[in-house]
Write a protein that binds this ligand. Structure first.
Ligand code: WT7
Length: 635
């Protein structure tokens, strides 16, 4: 029996039990039978969550691009690897075969080498959803450079912070990007960012929108002419299993973003294995994940997971609303998409539009429809299941995180019976635990608490770039000997998991993970602002929207409050990006604080959300009188 492809529930339980009973033997078999290694490992796993230190397949050597490209050439050279669907539906879709991809990645890798990029160097990638984006990741991986993709919706300040944090020596970008009917001046944002990044010596610019842009002499070069001159052969650099593959930033509870470090072998094995099972991928299927490659979903389930399985993966440049709200469904019909993976926020937004936008298209190619990024509410789940899957394609509600590298808890389609809002069962090899507030594991079923994982899996992030202490504090200090996810969860009577949402200072807005601290830091930069606190309020499309409480320096400030609100949102846009803008801003004279000076967000959240019936215990507050004021002025 191959444990690689799970087809029945009994098989799932059997393989799951094996993966828990004998994890090393189990993962060794998976690794051995399904991947290309240049040197075998000495040890499958060593770990210590106390330090924390985790290492998989130690001693092994490989190159992930050989697994994602080279090994498929004999049997699948002419198969489409990447199917590019442009922003404009009238522009022709592009089919990049595995043979093409091999050449393109090698050319790009040779350019990187010529430009002085070496193994272990960090390369920042700030590109729209065009083929060059996926190719640049693979080109870095080909030569062992560590890619750090920054989502191209982030502002110049957010970009420069990330470039400097991991000391990137090169930036790969484009002249601009298309987004629906708009164009965005990406290169301008990079130029601004680089004013505070003295170590970046090299900028490669892909041409996409053909706009007139500034090219800095001695620093900026057009990518295409360099590619044209480069050889299509590039020997893959041999990587150790635990060599870093990439850094990807995620928000946390302090202002500084966390550069999560993923390493080579374990990440490859886990993303490939989960891709195969979660999407039940078959040889001629066309798979589409709508995420941006700037997020972990795109890294794992647009690029590495699908390509490691020799799949056809779609890259869509545009947005769901352009040229109209039928675009997703149009693409599904046009490319006969078999597996579709998107976010609850997109589902909710599209569900609000006329159903004719859906009904107009033939969606009968679909076999699996997935959801990721935040809890999917029951209404959205049913809309998705009824109208997109036609109750014929299982909805997989996949729970995971940037830090976990791959899907952790999710139904396996055609294997696990689904229930709306439940992520259902842990994937093979994943050992969740639910903890009470005191750190005791709640055994048995029908329990609710904080979600931890008690045993390592191959694609867990190994550290935070340059800050191992923070890695330990954030993930391994709350519950001893456990990885703490930051999420709440319950396990029902049948052992199914339901994720109940973040229990820390992270708010998920339209599927984007936003820490409250960086937003508050940005607001506090405004000269008129003394202090601020952000909470999430329910929003019917975004899931959550941001509600800000702001204390002004001068009480009774006479300036136009709406103007001030605009300025505050402007500062947030400059520091983080438009995704972090506040929906509502309430000016207040104070914030409820505990005696130790901590803002009681629980109270602020309830008031902002319009639920003041039971504010809970306010006896520990230093200044209970502000609660009344805040309640009286709530927006
Ligand atoms: C947080 C991680 C994983 C890729 C995209 C997000 C929330 C994610 C689900 C889900 C409930 C979910 C969690 C998690 N989340 N998927 N299916 N059900 N919550 O990655 O930006 O690192 O965010 O997203 O709160 O901790 P991320």
């Amino acid at each position: 029996m191959s444990n690689y492809h799970i087809k029945h529930l009994e098989e799932y339980f059997k393989v799951y039990r094996k993966s828990v009973r004998e994890p090393e033997i189990f993962w060794e078999e998976i690794a051995e039978e399904h991947f290309l290694w240049r040197k075998r490992w000495d040890k499958v796993l060593s770990w210590d969550f106390k330090k924390p230190e985790i290492s998989w397949f130690e001693g092994a050597q490989l190159n992930i691009t050989e697994n994602c490209i080279d090994r498929h050439l004999v049997t699948k050279g002419d198969k489409t690897a990447i199917l590019f669907e442009p922003n404009d539906p009238n522009e022709k879709a592009q089919h990049i075969t595995y043979n093409d991809l091999y050449k393109k990645v090698n050319q790009f890798a040779n350019v990187l080498k010529q430009q002085g990029v070496n193994k272990g160097d960090r390369v920042c990638i700030y590109l729209p959803m065009i083929p060059e984006l996926a190719i640049s990741l693979l080109a870095c991986a080909r030569i062992g450079a560590i890619h750090s993709v920054v989502f191209a919706g982030f502002s110049s300040t957010a970009l420069s912070t990330r470039i400097n944090d991991s000391d990137c020596k090169m930036v790969i970008t484009s002249d601009g990007s298309y987004r629906g009917s708009k164009t965005i001046d990406l290169k301008g944002i990079v130029d601004e960012a680089l004013e505070s990044c003295p170590d970046v010596k090299n900028v490669l610019v892909a041409k996409r929108i053909h706009s007139e842009i500034f090219m800095k002499e001695g620093r900026d070069q057009w990518l295409q002419p360099l590619l044209d001159q480069a050889s299509t052969e590039c020997e893959p650099t041999l990587m150790d299993a635990e060599d870093p593959l990439f850094i990807l930033y995620t928000s946390g509870s302090t202002g500084k973003p966390k550069g999560m470090v993923h390493t080579t072998a374990g990440y490859m094995v886990y993303t490939a294995y989960t891709f195969k099972n979660m999407f039940q991928y078959k040889e001629n299927d066309v798979y589409w994940c709508t995420a941006d490659i700037g997020w972990i979903t795109g890294h794992s389930y647009i690029v590495y997971g699908p390509l490691a399985n020799g799949a056809t993966t779609v890259i869509f440049e545009g947005v769901p609303s352009y040229p109209d709200f039928g675009r997703f469904w149009d693409i599904i019909q046009k490319h006969k998409i078999n597996q579709f993976y998107t976010a609850p926020t997109a589902i909710r937004a599209l569900a609000k539009e006329k159903i004719e936008f859906v009904e107009y298209y033939d969606l009968s190619s679909l076999k699996v429809i997935g959801s990721v990024g935040e809890p999917i509410n029951e209404e959205a789940w049913h809309w998705y299941n009824d109208n997109i899957g036609k109750r014929n394609s299982p909805v997989i509600d996949t729970w995971w995180q940037t830090e976990t590298g791959g899907i952790m808890i999710s139904p396996i389609p055609y294997v696990t019976p689904t229930i709306p809002t439940y992520a259902t069962l842990p994937f093979i090899g994943i050992q969740p635990a639910i903890m009470d507030d005191k750190g005791k594991e709640l055994n048995g079923n029908q329990v609710e608490g904080r979600l931890c994982i008690k045993f390592p899996w191959p694609s867990i992030a190994r550290t935070i770039w340059g800050d191992h202490k923070r890695y330990k504090e954030t993930y391994f200090s709350t519950f001893e000997n456990n990885y703490f996810t930051g999420d709440g969860a319950l396990r029902d009577a049948t052992g199914y998991y339901r994720i109940t949402g973040r229990v820390d200072d992270v708010i998920i807005v339209s599927g984007h993970n936003l820490g409250t601290a960086p937003i508050e830091d940005a607001i506090n930069e405004h000269p008129a602002v003394a202090e601020s606190a952000i909470v999430g309020i329910p929003h019917d499309i975004k899931g959550n929207a941001l509600y800000g409480y702001v204390i002004l320096k001068e009480i009774g400030n006479t300036r136009d409050q709406n103007n001030l609100r605009k300025e505050i949102n402007q500062i947030i846009t400059e520091h983080i990006g438009p995704i972090a803008k506040l929906e509502k801003i309430q000016f207040t004279n104070g914030l409820p604080k505990t005696r130790s000076g901590k803002i009681m967000r629980r109270i602020l959240r309830k008031i902002a959300g319009g639920d003041t019936s039971n504010l809970g215990d306010t006896s520990t507050l230093l200044n209970p009188e502000v609660v009344k004021e805040i309640m009286a002025n709530v927006l």
